[in-house]
Write a protein that binds this ligand. Sequence first.
Ligand SMILES: Nc1ncnc2c1ncn2[C@@H]1O[C@H](COP(=O)(O)OP(=O)(O)OP(=O)(O)O)[C@@H](O)[C@H]1O
Length: 246
Amino acid sequence: MEVIRLDEVSLWRRTQEEFSYDLKKTLLSVIEGKYRQPAKKLVLDKIDLVVERGEKIGIIGANGSGKSTLLKIISGILKQSSGTVRVRGQIAPLIELGAGFDAEISVMDNILLYGVLLGFSRSEMRERTQSILDFAELQDYALVPVKGLSSGMVARLGFAIATDIQPDILILDEVLSVGDESFKNKCKQRIDKFWDDNATVLVVSHDLRFVQQSCVRGIWLDKGKILFMGGADETVDCYLEALKKI
Ligand SMILES: Nc1ncnc2c1ncn2[C@@H]1O[C@H](COP(=O)(O)OP(=O)(O)OP(=O)(O)O)[C@@H](O)[C@H]1O
């Protein structure tokens, strides 16, 4: 059964210079006749993708090639400029470290908040709190505000919540690179369990060995385009071959 379908999905984004948007400067440049339209960059270029239920897909590619952007489009965090995106099932995106958490409130309250944002009731989340704290190894931090956690602990918390609720589609962006080795192994085991449970997993990773070992399909993105899509091994080989030629 098809769970994700992207047809000719493109996204234009304003370039970084727009982040320093300054009204006074803009007005002055208009008055002085020096105003120019904000520059835009094509970050995803006509992406066609069909994902079947239960597939485990690794997305690889150079920095800035559009991997995170693609996951954000699939998760509905960003809206495409053109093309269509269809997603069937509940999706748990783990995209930016700490995104979705409120740094000022406790770990326990964040678990409730996160779950409610993903569509669960408070009582359902309360029942899950203990297993989430156990998996994240944060039992002693339940009442500590999230701002008091290390970045690795925040990653553990996010991973523990997103995988405890057993979504139909799990989306992971480099989260595995933050935890320590023993936590990474636990995560891999849990991801493997997801595979057995027939959930769909999309993972962005620079850890090519992980992609080869844990994913079945690979996608190589380059400058916003899919350059290669095939078996995970084949995709990693193709990517490495291309790197040798640079
Ligand atoms: N908030 C933003 N506003 C404008 N452009 C952005 C923004 N975030 C990313 N971009 C641009 O979109 C392009 C794709 O970025 P993206 O983060 O998807 O790449 P990536 O493949 O995930 O990179 P990395 O491996 O470094 O995480 C890059 O050119 C980047 O500069």
